[in-house]
Design a binder for this molecule. Structure first.
Ligand code: NAD
Length: 411
């Protein structure tokens, strides 16, 4: 009989699991423990509306009143310092102890930091939580020069927000294109052009070597000698799973807590979900996906498994972003074997969907300003529905026809 579930991490994954447990009728204790003082909020807003000041606070994931109404024991602003997996206990900095029958690790990830000279100077930011977003917002006055180190999702989203706020923005990317990890080369290049059209300066193959300043940063110097004046710097060079509690407890970790497709870790009664989890993918890999939608799905899967309902869910990375005024949605890894099939033409202002097709099936898709087509593209990827490249690229055809054809074959 499960009487007590402890969830460490009160962000999206923790909150989602909590809600799912109650929705499934679990009536035992739920302790939701978080280091931040706030209940779960919408992190995607931190680089967009919260940063621009359009909203004062990021929206809450669940109505803050829900936790009390659902009898959740909330422990906010507290640090867990250890897990005793033998005695099924969670240990707090204060000396308090909580016993668990099931434990969910939903500790998320942290912004990777740079260990280069000058990293301690004032004016150098990272962006992960609401305090970070508010601090960066205060620094972003019109005319301010912002240098963003790292041209990935955070870098390009913040570049958009900051240039619209009147800042002078330079993005320094170590690779030879922006956004390679998530969007691939061609969409990365297109985003670079769009950002440059807005006035963002982009420097590729730019490895930040040190920061200059006296007390406060005033320039970033690259390994090849390029020197860019900076009033404010954002370091957005990726995230690191916050798996140190699991590692210290002897739970298997590999850049994240290693779990199976139900969220179960190497240790009995301990589960993980969200950015901290290295979860099995449909492609056969095992990795932390660091996306909102996958965190949500993993949290529900792990919560079900904690209640003894094993519903394995191999993950396909699914995400969205907003860059230079465009909505970009992605499913699967767009870089990989197979052929690239384009539907639409974004240069003419039309929506575009880029598909990666392997052996007559869609492995991945990236949609630019194509919100109607994206759900269908997601189904094509998820259900591995057979497609013809000629029909895929015919923007006048209806993508749903592939699904109808599959349904007819099954009848
Ligand atoms: P990222 O992995 O998207 O991008 C990091 C970028 O920094 C890469 O392009 C990399 O080549 C570059 N880089 C690495 N080291 C560098 C260096 N020394 N100098 C210059 N460039 C360097 O990571 P991020 O943008 O920092 O975002 C952090 C996490 O938050 C990611 O996991 C991301 O997926 C997530 N996030 C997701 C969304 C979304 O889904 N829309 C939005 C924001 C953040």
């Amino acid at each position: 009989m499960i009487k007590s579930i402890v969830i460490i991490g009160a962000g999206l994954a923790g909150a989602t699991a909590t809600r799912y447990l109650r929705a499934q009728g679990y009536q035992g204790k739920i302790h939701l423990v978080g280091e931040e003082l706030h209940v779960a909020y919408d992190r995607p807003s931190l680089s967009k509306d919260t940063l621009s000041g359009k909203v004062v606070e990021p929206p809450a994931i669940l109505d803050p009143c829900w936790y009390a109404s659902a009898d959740i024991d909330l422990h906010l602003g507290v640090r867990v310092t250890g897990i005793d997996v033998v005695n099924h206990q969670v240990l707090f900095e204060s000396g308090d102890i909580l016993a668990y029958d099931r434990l969910l690790l939903a500790t998320g990830a942290r912004a990777r930091r740079m260990a280069i000279t000058g990293s301690e100077l004032a004016g150098i930011h990272t962006l992960r939580d609401r305090a970070d977003s508010q601090a960066l917002r205060q620094a972003l006055e019109p005319g301010q020069s912002l240098v963003i180190v790292g041209g990935g999702l955070i870098g390009c989203e913040v570049a958009t927000t900051a240039i619209n706020a009147g800042a002078h923005v330079t993005v320094l990317e170590a690779g030879d294109e922006l956004l390679l990890r998530v969007l691939g080369r061609s969409t990365g290049a297109w985003c670079r052009n769009e950002l440059e059209r807005l006035g963002v300066r982009v420097e590729l193959n730019a490895q930040a070597a040190h920061f200059e300043g006296e007390g406060h940063v005033h320039a970033v110097v690259c390994a090849d000698g390029r020197r860019i004046a900076a009033g404010t710097v954002l370091v957005s060079i990726g995230a690191e799973p916050a798996d140190e509690l699991a590692r210290a407890a002897g739970i298997a970790c590999e850049r994240g807590v290693v779990v199976d497709a139900t969220g179960a870790s190497s240790c009995p009664a301990v589960f993980a979900a969200g950015d901290v989890a290295a979860w099995p993918l449909r492609s056969g890999e095992l990795r932390s996906l660091e996306t909102y939608l996958n965190s949500h799905m993993q949290a529900e899967t792990a919560a079900a498994a904690m209640l003894g309902k094993s519903i394995p869910a191999l993950q396909v990375p699914t995400s969205w972003t907003e860059i230079a005024g465009h909505r970009i949605q992605m499913v699967g890894d767009i870089e990989g074997p197979g052929e690239v099939v384009l539907r639409g033409n974004v240069e003419n202002g039309q929506p575009l969907v880029q598909f990666r097709v392997l052996d007559g099936r869609v492995e991945a898709a990236t949609a630019i300003n194509a919100p109607e087509d994206f759900p269908v593209a997601t189904r094509l990827v998820a259900d591995h529905i057979p497609v013809s490249a000629t029909k895929l690229q015919d923007a006048s055809s209806n993508l749903r026809d592939f699904m109808k054809a599959k349904a007819e074959r099954c009848e």
